[in-house]
Design a protein around this ligand. Structure first.
Ligand SMILES: Cc1cc2nc3c(=O)[nH]c(=O)nc-3n(C[C@H](O)[C@H](O)[C@H](O)COP(=O)(O)OP(=O)(O)OC[C@H]3O[C@@H](n4cnc5c(N)ncnc54)[C@H](O)[C@@H]3O)c2cc1C
Length: 294
């Protein structure tokens, strides 16, 4: 690997100042599980690498007035252990659990997973289904935008070189919305997704309300299956409705054939995983309703 300078700023302000000074010749480092692999093979490396992994402003997982805030430098292991996430958003915990092996999950962060922006990222579908927003800090100040606006194309986000992802927020309106995540890979562990699916839906009077279905590894970026969502909204919960939502989602995706799987096989997986993830979210909603009356 070619040499570069390494700086670990003491706080977020210092990190922003470094990015303002170095612009496109700086690169942010978190857990390094994607970036260091990339730099090893790269013909050109950044002049300076800015390590944000220990910034306390980028840490912590807590319910706040605005919703559930996840510090951008939270590791997948911290996500898996968070009582709030386990209780309120099992889909994200399930997604974190499937990422790499223990060592990868100990180092790899949520921000790194989103910013690397590969279509098969596991956090993306769970967070899109929960309508997450991202907080960004730069020399121009703080801003917030829907997560969906972060993803541009494979390995390309809308972030500018001097912008740091600081937090991921699941809005208050979605706190506790029943959710589920499923991934299918060629092995049970340490496998990239052939397809992954995140879903969330309220169940009211036995009907789907505001269902959200997000898919990974089947389009240039993770995507929402909005036609399947519209079909399901207001429908009575049934096997048939969930199966039809899966079929519609499969028609919305644009999977490719590659050495891992054919596009047709991926479409079959979308149908099956969407139906199963919806059934899991429904079961969770029914369990919560039972606990509420007990
Ligand atoms: C063996 C192995 C297995 C893996 N398995 C999976 C898997 O199953 N599923 C999966 O989804 N991924 C997998 N990954 C990919 C990787 O581990 C994850 O994407 C991880 O979350 C990346 O996080 P990181 O903190 O290591 O990012 P880094 O490598 O530090 O950074 C990645 C990118 O994000 C940018 N970045 C990091 N933090 C910020 C920030 N706060 N603001 C702005 N930009 C930022 C960096 O500049 C860089 O471009 C695997 C990786 C390995 C090595």
């Amino acid at each position: 690997m070619k040499a570069f300078d390494y700086v670990a700023p003491r706080d977020l302000g210092a990190a922003v100042a470094l990015l303002a000074e170095h612009g496109a010749s700086a690169k942010i480092l978190a857990g390094g599980t994607d970036l260091l692999v990339e730099l090893e093979a790269a013909a050109r490396v950044p002049k300076v690498v800015v390590d944000v992994s220990r910034l306390k402003e980028l840490k912590g997982i807590a319910v706040t007035d605005g919703g559930l805030r996840i510090g951008a430098a939270s590791t997948h292991n911290e996500i898996m252990r968070s009582p709030d996430l386990r209780n309120l958003f099992p889909a994200l915990v399930e997604a974190a659990h499937t990422i790499g092996a223990v060592q990868t999950r100990n180092l790899g962060t949520l921000a790194g997973n989103l910013v690397t922006c590969v279509p098969s990222m596991d956090s993306g579908p769970a967070l899109l289904a929960l309508e997450a927003e991202v907080g960004i800090m730069s020399p121009r100040g703080a801003k917030r935008m829907p997560l969906a606006e972060l993803f541009v194309r494979p390995r390309k986000t809308s972030l500018k070189p001097d912008e740091i992802l600081t937090e991921i927020v699941i809005p208050k309106a979605n706190l506790g919305k029943p959710s589920a995540f499923l991934k299918f890979g060629l092995r049970k562990g340490q496998a990239l997704a052939l397809v992954n699916v995140g879903v969330a839906a309220w169940i009211k009077k036995d009907c789907f309300v505001a269902p959200r279905i997000a898919l990974g590894a089947v389009a240039p970026t993770v995507m929402r299956a909005t036609r399947a969502e519209a079909f399901l909204d207001g429908k009575k919960v049934s096997e048939e409705a969930m199966a039809e939502a899966g079929r519609i989602a499969a028609t919305e995706a644009k999977p490719i054939s590659d050495f891992r799987a054919s596009a047709d096989y991926r479409r079959d997986l979308i149908e099956t995983l969407t139906k199963r993830a919806l059934a899991t979210a429904v079961a969770r909603a029914q369990q919560s309703a039972k606990e509420a009356v007990a």
